[in-house]
Design a protein around this ligand. Structure first.
Ligand SMILES: Cc1cc2nc3c(=O)[nH]c(=O)nc-3n(C[C@H](O)[C@H](O)[C@H](O)COP(=O)(O)OP(=O)(O)OC[C@H]3O[C@@H](n4cnc5c(N)ncnc54)[C@H](O)[C@@H]3O)c2cc1C
Length: 373
């Protein structure tokens, strides 16, 4: 192995992205710290999602999201196998329930092919029901490279790998402010100060607040919550893989997921909330899930559904006139991975919403290249 880079790197946030960055960076830098405000890694968005390994079909051609989703899908399959992280390569169906949705479905298929997603297949209603007999379908796209994983196990495996490589995780350590000290940075935390040569801001919902600590004020994160219901286990044979409707303006749509632990989920919803910490107020009634769920499963009943959990999407809002505004609008909002204009040793990761779980290892590759340059 070549000589290690002796600069000190501090990663802010131990979600799946921060943990992936720490694991990759610990192979290059001799001192890597990952500070995390919560009592343990992965307690925020990284453990409040669908756990889906996305294929890359949805994203605008040429977008960072699209490229890193495809690369991340490939890297994560290998990683999960090597590190015993449960991942089921079950594939997914994206369903047009009615003839009126066929044109949008066909456009999605074209986009997926342009993005280089392999194995996509157009199915008529009968073909779709042969795979998932309980659904209502006029047509569907079969996406074999999608899957489902255990996101908590993934975070644990990344933390383990990073730690084995010498990284140090500091849970309960919140970054409160930062200031330049010559070429270095002093990081003020609730538990004391850290000095760093390099900093990666992977603070998820709080990436805009952390960016402001370095003087970067352009980003604003808008919290958009998604809630899930559990579907009763008696419906287990309704869902063999992943079953999605067409995407909406704000999300990929309320879908049915059979988790790696063989439980069934319906969700997530998508609506703005006032606070980045508001996981509870104003939950939609179960009737809402029933109404949405019946677009996919006409036989769904009220007593099939029990309220589950929620997660909050870090939707990026850029100021008017920013030249990335065109791609920052939902659902095309792109990931931002860039060096701070004032402090070249600081890299900001902002707007890492879905498919951030799928893309985590690919994001880490990009960050590592930026840090090494
Ligand atoms: C409802 C929902 C469903 C989703 N489904 C999928 C899916 O199926 N597939 C997929 O690929 N992606 C999905 N995603 C997206 C995916 O979950 C996220 O992109 C990913 O988890 C982001 O990880 P992260 O590490 O950037 O953020 P987080 O997990 O939020 O981690 C950021 C960490 O930074 C810490 N932090 C914040 N501020 C500070 C500070 N000042 N000091 C120290 N620490 C700080 C936080 O405590 C947190 O632990 C979904 C997201 C949502 C909300």
């Amino acid at each position: 192995m070549g000589r290690m880079d002796s600069r000190t790197l501090v990663v802010v946030g131990a979600g799946v992205v921060g943990a992936a960055v720490a694991a990759a960076a610990a192979a290059r830098f001799s001192e890597v710290y990952c500070i995390e405000a919560r009592p343990k890694p992965g307690m925020m968005t990284s453990s409040r999602n669908s756990g889906v390994l996305h294929s890359g079909i949805y994203y605008a051609p040429g977008s960072v999201k699209g490229r890193l989703c495809l690369r991340g899908n490939h890297l994560l399959r290998e990683f999960c196998q090597r590190h015993d992280v449960p991942l089921r390569a079950c594939g997914k169906l994206i369903v047009a329930a009615e003839p009126a949705q066929e044109a949008a479905l066909a456009a999605l298929l074209r986009r997926g092919k342009t993005n280089g997603v392999e194995g996509l297949e157009w199915l008529d209603g009968a073909g779709a029901r042969r795979r998932e007999p309980a659904i209502q379908a006029h047509a569907a796209i079969a996406v074999p490279s999608a899957g489902v994983m255990d996101a908590d196990a993934l975070v644990r495996a990344l933390v383990r790998l990073a730690t084995d490589r010498g990284a140090v995780f500091a849970p309960g350590t919140e970054l409160l402010g930062a200031e330049a000290q010559g070429t270095r940075l002093r990081l003020h935390c609730n538990s004391g100060d850290f000095d760093a040569d390099l900093v990666v801001n992977s603070a998820g919902l709080y990436a805009d607040d952390v960016a402001r600590m370095f003087g970067e004020t352009r980003f604003q994160i808008h919290p958009v919550r998604g809630e899930y219901c559990h579907i009763h286990p008696r419906r287990l044979d309704w869902v063999h893989g992943l079953i999605y409707p067409l995407p909406t303006a704000l999300s990929l749509g309320m879908h049915a997921t059979r988790t790696v632990h063989d439980s069934l989920l319906l969700g997530p919803t998508a609506h703005s909330v006032a606070s980045k910490e508001d996981y509870e107020n104003g939950w939609p009634p179960v009737e809402f899930f029933l109404e949405q769920g019946r677009h996919l499963f006409p036989g769904l009943q009220m007593d099939d559904l029990t309220p589950g959990y929620s997660g909050i999407r870090p939707k990026l809002v850029l100021p008017e006139g920013d030249d990335r505004q065109a791609t920052a609008r939902a659902p095309e909002g792109d990931f931002i991975i860039e060096r701070d204009a004032r402090h070249p040793g600081v890299v900001h990761l902002v707007g890492i919403e879905s498919p951030g779980l799928t893309a985590c290892l690919a994001i880490a590759e990009v960050v590592e290249a930026l840090l090494a340059a």
